[in-house]
Design a protein around this ligand. Structure first.
Ligand SMILES: [Zn+2]
Length: 342
């Protein structure tokens, strides 16, 4: 009986997915049905570009070895990386916490592991993971925002992250919301990131009170009625809401998925942001629903795996992932705090 299956002499491919973050490198071998065939997490070296690339190649090599031992042959590598990423050239240009130096990462990995590789910006990879398995599942259009050291974001339409002409679509972190505001690491002034990143809460609170607190500490002060903390928090949610309203106006998104350390503030973040948003979205656009990211650290790995399958022309396999249940993967959080660090 003839089927519409894509014929593949070696069977459907598995891929290697590697997510390079500021503190750890997470890697996995992912099978054609999204099976996690092996996974690995190591600390990110911070001493040199050479050490960083070597660590990525060593994670890839170890995963390849484990896959082959289990009778599987990965055929491509999907890389997700933090920093300023040029997806079109497969190049990691620079990073706040990573020693990128205009690093041609996709080419280095292709050469080192002997299979094609593709590089995706980490916020876009995580958004893709959330679209496939997480909080963004089923949404026609949503924006994913990661509030951490910076503000990373991406827009997903019909299950796929929007790339744009230069691979920068959906990045709201450096939209200016206050032209008289603080200088930003990007060279601009008053960017969303200078007010709404987790690091911005700590920095602003310390500047005003002389007290150094992590973002969670500032949020805890908000709940206790500290007027300085409340003002800083209100600036953060207002900046985010302004940027999200702009995204709503352009892509009519129905959902905002919030991830990163600050999403742990949960109900406080959702309630305050919801109020600020309803005052800002264009009159005919319903305010989007807000949700906390569901996949945690696994989102970037699955997004990278999907990119690798895309590189092999097997986006049809990824389309099928959208209907799978992977509750057990989410529950296990294989790359979370309890993951293996070697
Ligand atoms: Zn900026």
């Amino acid at each position: 009986l003839a089927t519409e299956e894509v014929v593949d002499a070696d069977g459907p491919p598995s891929v290697i997915a590697i997510d390079v973050g500021g503190t750890s490198i997470k890697g996995a071998v992912v099978g054609p049905g999204a099976e996690l065939l092996a996974n690995l997490r190591v600390a990110t070296p911070d001493d040199s570009e050479h050490a960083l690339v070597e660590a990525i190649l060593s994670v890839g090599g170890e995963l390849l070895h484990r896959a082959e031992r289990n009778g599987s042959t990965p055929r491509a590598v999907g890389l997700s990386a933090a920093g300023v990423i040029d997806e079109l050239r497969g190049c990691a240009r620079c990073g706040a916490n990573l020693r990128w130096d205009d690093t041609p990462l996709a080419a280095r990995v292709h050469e080192g592991l002997g299979m094609p590789a593709t590089l995706v910006q980490d916020a876009r990879a995580a958004a893709h993971g959330e679209a496939i398995f997480g909080a963004g599942r089923g949404a026609v259009s949503f924006v994913s925002i990661i509030l951490g050291t910076g503000v990373g974001s991406a827009v997903v339409i019909d299950g796929r992250p929007l790339r744009g002409s230069h691979g920068l679509a959906g990045e709201i972190g450096h939209l200016q919301v206050d032209r008289h505001g603080l200088e930003c690491g990007c060279g601009g002034r008053g960017c969303v990131e200078t007010l709404a990143a987790a690091s911005a809460l700590s920095r602003r609170y310390a500047a005003e009170t002389g007290e150094a607190l992590p973002a969670e500490g500032v949020l805890e002060r908000v709940t206790r009625g500290d007027p300085v903390a409340i003002r800083i928090w209100s600036d953060a949610t207002a900046a985010l809401a302004s940027a999200i309203a702009a995204v709503v106006a352009v892509v009519d998104c129905e959902l905002v998925v919030l991830g990163g350390g600050m999403a742990a503030a949960g109900s406080l973040l959702l309630a305050d942001l919801r109020r600020e948003l309803s005052a800002r979205v264009p009159p005919l656009a319903p305010a989007p629903r807000l949700a906390v990211a569901a996949l945690g650290n696994a989102a970037g790995v699955f997004g990278a795996a999907a990119a690798a399958l895309g590189l092999l022309g097997r986006g049809d396999l990824v389309d099928r992932w959208h209907t799978l249940s992977i509750a057990e993967v989410i529950a296990a959080d294989p790359f979370g705090a309890n993951g293996n660090i070697h």
